[in-house]
Design a binder for this molecule. Structure first.
Ligand code: WQD
Length: 344
């Protein structure tokens, strides 16, 4: 088994991935600045993994843009065999308002992480990228062969890091890199102990729905009813966060075993769902009514994103297996048991 550094490991996808990695026998060190996460998530991950109190998770509070914090993360708990890099900013609308902040954290932060990996003789990296690099394709499902067309700073910064990693591989032999392009991760671990805990008003559909369900918010505003889709609402490829976490564990294991890079991989279900379809499934699953109103489209939105993940199936043997009903029931189990997230 390996000793892995997980940047942003206290976050939504990071914490679920930490759990899967621990259950797979790895030991971890997490670097997180807790700007959009809580150390409580890691305490609960250790609990779920049945770790002794000391646990097998080293936690370093710090920022990927601080080389001294990075050096601590690479030295405090012994040699790091590989890195899974989640730390970054990921709100589409916010990236339009704050482009320089996104370039600093997502691109400069990734560059500084890579330089720290070089300093500490670690060249195995899984990078958290995004399906929004595809922009607004006109045919579906989207495969990795599609041209990229990043429409906002969030996607542009993620693609810039992908390019940086390609140039690094060409310039310096020995790097083993995986770039994972996520579609829309939702839901929570079925225990209800860890889940998505957005700061402030949720940007994303799923946590907004669960907060309406728990009566923290009066209603869901649906951004546009005139999209060129069957029911006029936006279509996305939603996948369970546990499926996504398992994909990361498979990717890092593949890199460590094969000692070479993976091609870019899409991580989705291949099945797009509209906002109304998600709402219908959530209400059917929970028995709760979700008040809603139609409002204008949101800047940066596209009509549809739906991904083909056949390459991940062929290479990693990975498929998103969990159903929409499981996404809804697990997401609600988390929200209803933790109405204030990790604020307890
Ligand atoms: C989904 C649909 C909205 C909120 C996200 C992340 C981004 C990336 C891709 C990983 C759209 C509609 C939403 C609301 C709504 N993830 N909606 N009312 O925009 O696809 O982007 O996934 O890389 O980081 O932001 O997801 O959940 O914001 O929107 O009607 O209050 O729900 O218009 O059609 P999106 P989302």
């Amino acid at each position: 088994m390996a000793h892995l550094l997980i940047t942003g490991g206290a976050g939504f996808i990071g914490s679920h991935t930490c759990l899967v990695l621990l259950q797979g026998g790895h030991s971890l060190v997490v670097l997180d600045n807790f700007a959009n996460s809580s150390p409580e998530s890691l305490r609960r991950v250790g609990e779920l993994a049945n770790l002794p109190t000391a646990g097998r998770i080293g936690v370093i509070e710090g920022d990927i843009r601080n080389p001294a914090d990075l050096d601590r993360a690479f030295t405090a708990t012994g040699h790091v065999d590989g890195v899974i890099h989640f730390a970054g900013l990921k709100a589409v609308g916010e990236s339009v308002q704050q482009p320089l902040r996104y370039w600093d954290v997502n691109v400069n932060g990734s560059r500084l992480l890579i330089e720290a990996m070089q300093r500490h003789d670690c060249r195995t990296l899984v990078f958290s990228s995004t399906s929004t690099v595809y922009g607004e394709p006109q045919t579906f499902p989207i495969s990795e062969a599609f041209t990229t067309n990043p429409l906002h700073p969030y996607a542009q910064t993620k693609l810039a890091v992908e390019w940086m990693l390609q140039a690094l591989e060409a310039s310096e032999p020995g790097w083993c890199i995986s770039r994972l392009r996520y579609f829309n991760p939702v839901g929570a671990h079925p225990s209800g102990r860890i889940g998505e805990d957005p700061l402030g008003i949720p940007n994303n559909l799923f946590p907004f729905i669960t907060q309406v369900a728990s009566r923290q918010r009066p209603l869901l505003r649906i951004f546009g009813a005139d999209w060129p889709t069957p029911d006029g609402t936006g279509v996305r490829d939603y996948l369970h966060v546990m499926d996504l976490a398992e994909a990361h564990a498979l990717a890092i294991a593949w890199l460590l075993q094969h000692q070479r890079s993976l091609p870019v991989l899409n991580l989705g279900t291949g099945r797009g769902l509209s906002v109304l379809e998600v709402l219908q499934a959530f209400e059917a699953c929970t028995g709760l009514a979700i008040p809603r109103e139609f409002v204008a489209r949101r800047d940066g939105d596209v009509a549809k994103l739906e991904g083909c993940a056949e390459r991940a199936a062929e290479i990693l043997g990975w498929r998103a297996n969990r159903s929409l009903e499981q996404m809804c029931s697990d997401g609600w189990a988390w929200q209803s048991a933790n109405p204030r997230g990790y604020g307890c």
